[in-house]
Design a protein around this ligand. Structure first.
Ligand SMILES: [Zn+2]
Length: 424
């Protein structure tokens, strides 16, 4: 029989099909009896044992090797022995090449899909994936970001803390929770922590308290999008108050919803929307006034330097009517509470923002598609070690299970690639 197995030390002797599974009988090549590992005497044959091992699929069917293995016994000490076959993973009852094939695929394919294809139990696939992840956690290291983003992301039922490299637009790490208990140890153990020059986060206080003591050279800048978002939310509050005042006739003449219209920036309005806006100014001057006020706040960020930005904010605040718009008043207070961290935006060498929302949505979609049965650890590994995002501009990055793992430094998975990830 032609050796289609190509496994050293065994020969295929028979092949059967059994309910969609290929079963290959294999015989171990004749060899000299081994020496007893305890006393050194030559062993004698002591029967044989048939053991099934899963192998890589063929003809799109799972493959089982039924290997007839000789056993030996020592006449002196009574020890019995079954010589090892180097290509087998004895513990899992699979060939090492099948383990390798699963390692290559388990971070991009579903465990169920791989289990169906190989005939292995889902848990076996999961265990192989877990071993790979543990290995990746100790061998792969991404370069500590000089400009670091800290954000939150609702993933697999909880808010997770996402650490990004804003200079390379890649993910650096992900923490299970965004509490100080999870963040402090992360920052305490962060390698090259002195390299971090800028940290961009939202206004959530525990972020600052968590990294403050551990990043000696880092300056905080509050993310622009979190700040201007509050102006949009304040306007939304006003819009809801005014919505009811709009007559039926006017409502019919608006081509888009009032919400859509008022959240848009003026330069982004289409010709139709500009007409809607004119209609709004005519019929709802109070809402139009609030809209202009939101816009005025956004324009603070168009200022070229810190001093003029501070002046623009002051001017904005001074024109804020005392008797109305409680949400805009709250926004003004928030800006004062985080004043230096917000205006640090103009100190940074580049305009730093966490404007990678689209890409992070890619991770959320991936997690949702996987659904239940995937722990946070697995989702994190898929986001952090997904080959397709990591190999942007590089070769394959999965460690080979047969070589000694070596540390190599890279930048982490590229967020735009994660954004259009479409796995199984
Ligand atoms: Zn012996």
């Amino acid at each position: 029989m032609l050796d289609l197995l190509n496994l050293p030390g065994v020969q295929p002797v028979d092949l059967q099909y059994d309910e969609g599974v290929i079963i290959i009988d294999a015989q171990v090549d004749a060899a000299q009896p081994p020496a007893c590992p305890s006393c050194g005497n030559t062993l004698y044959r002591h029967g044989h044992r048939q053991i099934m091992f899963a192998d890589t699929p063929q003809q799109m069917m799972p493959v089982r090797l039924k290997i007839d293995r000789p056993r030996y016994r020592c006449a002196d000490c009574g020890k019995t022995l079954m010589p090892e076959l180097a290509f087998l993973d004895e513990k899992r009852r699979v060939t090492k090449r099948l383990v390798g094939a699963i390692r290559e695929r388990c971070l991009s394919r579903t465990f169920h899909g791989l289990a169906d294809e190989t005939g292995l139990a889902v848990n076996t696939v999961k265990n192989i994936a877990q071993d790979l992840i543990d290995e990746l956690d100790t061998t792969v290291r991404y370069e500590t970001p000089v400009i670091m983003g800290i954000d939150e992301l609702n993933l697999a039922g909880s808010y997770r803390c996402i650490i990004t490299n804003l200079a390379t637009n890649s993910i650096y790490d992900m923490l299970e929770k965004r509490t100080q208990n999870h963040m402090k140890p992360f920052f305490r153990k962060l390698p090259d922590s002195e390299n971090v020059e800028w940290v961009c986060t939202d206004m959530w206080r525990p972020f600052k308290r968590s990294f403050g003591p551990y990043l000696p050279n880092a300056k905080l800048v509050i993310d622009k999008f979190h700040v201007v978002k509050m102006a949009s939310e304040a306007l939304e509050h006003e819009r809801k108050q005014h919505q009811a005042q709009l007559g039926r006739k006017e409502r019919l003449r608006l081509k888009k919803s009032l919400r859509w219209l008022t959240l848009k920036r003026p330069h982004a309005l289409t010709v139709d929307e500009q007409q809607d806006m004119a209609l709004l100014r005519q019929n709802m001057p109070a809402l139009a006034e609030a809209y202009d006020f939101k816009e005025l706040f956004y324009q603070i960020y168009d200022e070229p330097d810190k001093a003029s930005a501070m002046q623009a904010f002051e001017a904005w605040e001074n024109t804020l009517p005392e008797s109305k718009w409680p949400r805009f008043h709250a926004l003004a207070r928030t800006v004062h509470n985080h004043y230096s961290d917000i205006f640090a935006y103009w100190d940074a060498p580049a305009r730093i923002t966490n404007a990678y929302t689209e890409g992070l949505n890619g991770i959320v979609k991936m997690a949702n598609r996987l659904g239940r049965g995937y722990s946070y650890d697995m989702i994190r590994a898929r986001a952090l070690y997904a080959d397709h995002a990591r190999k942007v501009g590089r070769g394959s990055v999965l460690p080979d299970s047969t070589t000694t793992p070596q540390k190599h430094v890279e930048y982490g998975p590229y967020i735009p690639t994660l954004a259009d990830e479409n796995g199984e």
